[in-house]
Unconditional design. Structure first.
Lengths: 578, 494
């Protein structure tokens, strides 16, 4: 393909420009990428972001592709996507397309990015508006909300289109291409008719496969997600599901342990089990009261290695003995027999739980992947809110000085001496569990640092000559602030925003840990809260360790980026050749 | 200096008012308001007798039917050291009139007491005291002689229950007064009738009567009238929580625990930070510098909740390593222990109260400490680096002082100054940590108290903890500035 001469010229120009000294931010970016800490941090944040965006495709109980024998291919997974999932996926895909334009000219890239924005906004608005209108009609008292969503959302869409048009007036071809892309994307998404079920039956497709296998019929063909379990799928179709260790499960030892435990509970046997092997092989000798010395751990289950057959035989013997002793308790005996039957017929090691399962039998890996979303969203949105408030309040304080500064400083002082965590706990406990509320509250209580930074910078800059010049030239307040002053005072904001994201993630984890987090959606802190039960009962280390690791790595990544940014922006730390 | 301290203390007042106003209004305008049982999380009003009753109690107690800013002003008045007297205060004063020697009050009290004794309703002393207090309260509330209020009260309590219903015909005077009183209390006539009936049934039962009288007392507190003609000076009154325990007492129990945790944590953080900061600066770019900065950054990023859970389940568990206690600040039998550890005697080594307490503090202090190293070490390192290249250090080296001496005697001492400024930043952060740590290790400190207050929407408890914690934070800032002036002779606030 031959390039037009103009394009070739422009490319040559760009190559020449690249060799020239870069802009301030360009240099900071290069220096940032030069430090290994920032590279590690950015890489991890990228991994978390990818997991967050593609979570519904990575971990779901619904097969990605599915065909009943003789039927057509369908995609249950795509049908179950929520509007948020769909929008995120589409955004990621179209940004990927934008990146593919990487070597194109700047307006082309801008157009592609804007097009993907439009393509995202239109269906998002459509879903939300339609849903809230429907909900408003159904409930009757939310009409105002529905109407507001509809019109405000519509206005946003319109504005984006106008912006797109005005920016691309000069590049008509590009405009046509990107609008076509946007329309195509929106049409595809609307055509998908995304309607997630309100009460999902996660085991539906698993059971279909199982049933076909059992009846020796042709098995439906399915392509599963890498982690074939949804975060809230508690494996209700399985006889053994709670606290399975990472790896292929359940093991022989798992089955043996649950058999012994359940038989004991159902026969009112309250003696503690110290060693299953001794208990089962020792016949009716009963549990040995071996006084475990402190520091002398009980022999692990693997050493004993009791087979399922052995335990089943023991269980039936126990059940018979108990039935003879309690001839009247027919219903309980029936339950006991049913339980032994199901457990004895459990298929051993028939599924893979990469990180084990939780106390409620949910796949931990799936929950971990889906929890990335909350961590990422909380970090960015809460910090974003805090930065915006900080810039406005701090900017006003620094720019106007005088009594605005005086009042502002009192406000800052008040918010600085409120014990933030108390306020957070209070608000979340009082107003209920809601992700957006939590973001807003974390943002609303965290702006003081940013405000002080901006105030200090603006106090310095307000008398600068170029600001005077801008004012004399008739520039508006926002223009002076955002175009002239803020870019010169933004560096300390960047550093502390990076640490702010880390601390917002920690705050969310802490609130969830205190029991104030979301109920239905998994978050790392909430998983950690559940882990306390698991750890106390059966030593299920994985339930605690993986969420802790995730929180730690993510917070560490943001802190590494923050440190690297600080070094990159610090004039004192510039090393020769750096 | 004294003038500066006074000025700073005075400046704290508007800040504290702002802090409490924010928290108060956030709570007051929340769905359900204070005393959260009246509404669940979604804001649905819970139906039923119990909820209505609870709401009435709250209305009477906090005046929840008043505009919210007025409610806040009343709370402020109650807390302020210089305040307008409330009618309940005056009643309390009247009860103690003998000690204060106010002849008028003594006379009023005696008259009221005579009426109550004459009625024969209060044969037991406790009931008599309660009744007397009610009468005095009522009298200050309505601004009438205590004698008349006592008569009203007696009439109210001895009136037949049906007489309390709104009558068609005009009632005889005492019953009419009693009904007026019930109206004023704002009690639902049915409710009021039920409790009167109970009073009537419990005629001979002293204990039950006392409980019922306590309920009436509950109604009266909300009718505390602000008397703008009387200004009183006294200790702040933080009120009582929903279970009627004094808030000041609860904070008095909890605050020392949290302060103890912080008092152990802060020096520990400083020692580690100073040592590592100095050595990291001395070997700048070396393995200790890089290693400690990465390690501390990692520790800083490690969630306290994670550390707490791991410590409780692995280091304080019978299944793994039973090295640490699982919960609390002392063993159940700590009260019987001797203070200091003791060897010998009949049962060999006795741990003693002190060691027991320290043993219980290991886990919480560990959790609070490790996250603080990063920031402080970085500041110390930076300060030492700056000072190492400062003129005075070069001069010292030039005149032949040994390098170690220059480092420790000249540079380090000057580098400690910026570390002082960080104390006040550290304290709020530690308070956040202590909420979590106290929760995990079941320690009854300020953090747990605040969480309890927020969950139960307990107005007095929440406002009390907020006020005290903010005051502690503000005072620590003042202390920081004073220390700064003491440490650096160049700083002066005159």
């Amino acid at each position: 393909m031959s390039e037009p001469a103009a394009l070739r010229n422009r490319r040559a120009q760009r190559v020449r420009r690249r060799a020239a000294p870069r802009s301030f931010f360009g240099r900071v970016g290069m220096r940032l990428l030069g430090s290994w800490g920032a590279r590690v941090g950015l890489a991890w944040v990228g991994v978390v972001a990818a997991l967050a965006i593609f979570a519904p495709v990575i971990a779901s109980s619904y097969p990605l592709l599915w065909r009943e024998p003789g039927g057509a291919w369908t995609s249950p997974l795509l049908n179950e996507l929520t509007p948020t999932d769909a929008v995120l996926l589409w955004l990621a895909l179209s940004l990927g397309v934008t990146a593919w334009f990487g070597s194109a000219s700047r307006p082309l890239r801008l157009a592609a990015a804007l097009a993907s924005a439009v393509a995202t906004v239109i269906p998002a608005w459509w879903f939300v508006a339609r849903r809230s209108l429907e909900a408003a009609r159904a409930s009757g008292d939310g009409v105002a909300l529905g109407v507001v969503t509809y019109w405000v959302g519509g206005a946003v869409v319109l504005l984006t289109l106008v912006a797109l048009g005005s920016m691309l007036r000069r590049h008509r071809g590009v405009l046509v291409a990107s609008v076509a892309m946007a329309v195509l994307g929106a049409a595809t998404m609307l055509g998908l008719r995304i309607e997630p079920s309100l009460a999902p039956v996660y085991s539906e497709y698993r059971e279909a496969v199982d049933a076909a296998l059992e009846q020796q019929k042709p098995v439906p063909r399915a392509v599963w997600a890498p982690i074939p379990y949804s975060p809230n799928d508690s494996l209700s179709d399985r006889s053994i599901r709670d606290t399975l260790a990472p790896g292929y499960g359940p093991t022989q030892a798992d089955v043996a342990e649950r058999l012994v435990r359940d038989v004991k509970t159902l026969t009112d046997d309250l003696t503690p089990t110290t060693d299953i092997a001794v208990l089962v092989r020792g016949g009716n000798a009963g549990p040995t009261e071996d006084a475990t010395q402190p520091g002398h751990a009980a022999p692990s289950r693997d050493e004993a290695e009791v087979t399922v057959e052995e335990v089943t035989a023991w269980a039936w013997a126990r059940a018979d003995a108990w039935a003879k002793a309690n001839p009247r308790e027919r219903s309980r005996l029936k339950r006991l027999e049913a339980r032994i039957d199901t457990l004895a017929s459990t298929r051993v090691k028939d599924r893979l739980h990469v990180m084990g399962t939780t106390v409620d039998g949910q796949d931990l890996a799936s929950r971990m992947v889906h929890a990335c979303r909350i961590a990422l969203a909380i970090g960015f949105v809460a910090t974003g809110i805090a930065v915006v408030i900080g810039v406005i309040v701090g900017g006003a304080m620094g720019y106007f000085s005088g009594w605005v500064d005086l009042v502002g400083m009192r406000l800052v002082e008040i918010f600085a001496s409120i014990p933030t965590i108390f306020l957070l706990i209070t608000i979340v406990a009082v107003y209920g569990r809601d992700l957006y509320l939590m973001m807003a509250v974390i943002g609303l209580t965290g702006w003081i640092g940013y405000a002080l930074f901006v105030r200090a910078e603006f106090l310095k800059l307000r008398k600068a000559e170029y600001v005077d010049a801008a004012r004399a030239g008739g520039a508006g307040l926002w223009r002076i602030w955002l175009r002239h002053m803020l870019p010169n005072g933004v560096t300390p904001l960047l550093i502390s925003a990076s640490f702010g994201v880390a601390s917002a993630i920690l705050t969310e984890a802490t609130l969830s840990f205190l029991g104030l987090g979301l109920v239905n959606e998994p978050s790392w802190g909430q998983m950690l809260q559940n882990a306390r039960e698991g750890l106390a009962g059966s030593g299920a280390w994985w339930i605690a360790v993986f969420p802790i690791l995730a929180i730690f790595l993510t917070v560490f990544a943001y802190n590494l980026i923050g440190e690297a940014l600080r070094d990159a922006l610090d004039p004192k730390s510039v090393r020769p050749g750096g | 200096m004294l003038g500066y301290i006074v000025r700073r203390l005075l400046l704290m007042i508007p800040t504290l008012i702002g802090v409490t106003a924010v928290v108060f209004l956030v709570m007051a305008y929340s769905p359900g308001g204070f005393g959260g049982v009246s509404a669940d999380v979604e804001g649905n009003r819970t139906a039923g007798d119990e909820a209505r009753r609870q709401q009435q109690l709250l209305k009477a107690r906090y005046g929840t039917d008043l505009p919210k800013p007025v409610q806040y002003m009343r709370w402020l008045n109650q807390v302020s050291p210089v305040r307008f007297e409330m009618s309940a205060d005056r009643a309390r004063r009247a009860m103690l009139a003998d000690e204060e020697g106010d002849p008028e009050l003594v006379a009023q009290r005696a008259a009221a007491e005579r009426v109550i004794v004459a009625s024969g309703l209060a044969e037991r002393e406790t009931v008599r005291t309660q009744l007397l207090l009610q009468a005095l309260r009522l009298s200050t509330y309505r601004g009438e002689p205590a004698e008349r209020s006592a008569a009203t009260l007696v009439a109210l309590l001895s009136a037949p229950s049906e007489a309390l219903r709104p009558p068609e015909t005009g009632p005889d005077p005492p019953v009419g007064v009693a009904r007026d009183l019930l109206d004023e209390i704002g009690a639902d006539p049915d409710d009021a009738q039920r409790s009167r009936q109970e009073v009537a049934e419990a005629e001979g039962d002293g204990a039950k009567r006392r409980v019922l009288l306590g309920e009436i007392d509950f109604h009266f507190t909300g009718l505390n009238r602000v008397r703008f003609d009387r200004v009183r000076v006294g200790w702040p009154d933080l009120g009582a929580d929903l279970e009627r325990r004094p808030v000041l007492g609860r904070i008095g129990d909890a605050l020392p625990v949290t302060l103890l945790l912080n008092a152990l944590t802060i020096p520990l953080i400083y020692v580690v930070a100073i040592v590592f900061g100095v050595y990291a600066a001395r070997g700048k770019g070396g393995w200790l510098d890089t290693g400690s900065s990465v390690l501390f950054l990692a520790l800083w990023s490690f969630p306290v909740i994670g550390a707490g859970v791991l410590i409780v389940s692995y280091l304080a568990s019978d299944n793994y390593l039973p090295w640490l206690p699982t919960a609390g600040l002392s063993s159940p039998d700590a009260a019987d222990m001797p203070f200091l550890p003791r060897w010998g005697g009949d049962d060999g080594f006795v741990r003693g109260w002190l060691l027991d307490r320290l043993w219980h503090l290991v886990g919480p202090v560990l959790c609070l400490t490790y996250g603080g190293f990063a920031v402080l070490t970085k500041i110390m390192r930076g300060a030492v680096l700056d000072n190492l290249s400062a003129d005075f250090a070069r001069t010292a080296r030039a005149k032949g002082v040994a390098p170690n001496e220059v480092l420790w005697r000249h540079v380090v001492r000057n580098s400690l100054l910026p570390m002082l400024t960080i104390v006040s930043n550290l304290l709020p952060a530690l308070l956040v940590g202590s909420v979590v740590v106290e929760r995990i290790f079941s320690i009854d400190g300020m953090g747990n108290l605040a969480v309890e207050a927020a969950f139960s929407k307990d107005r007095e408890l929440l406002m009390g903890t907020t006020l005290i914690v903010s005051a502690v934070v503000l005072l620590s800032e003042l202390l920081r500035d004073l220390l700064y002036a003491v440490a650096d002779p160049r700083v002066s606030y005159e």
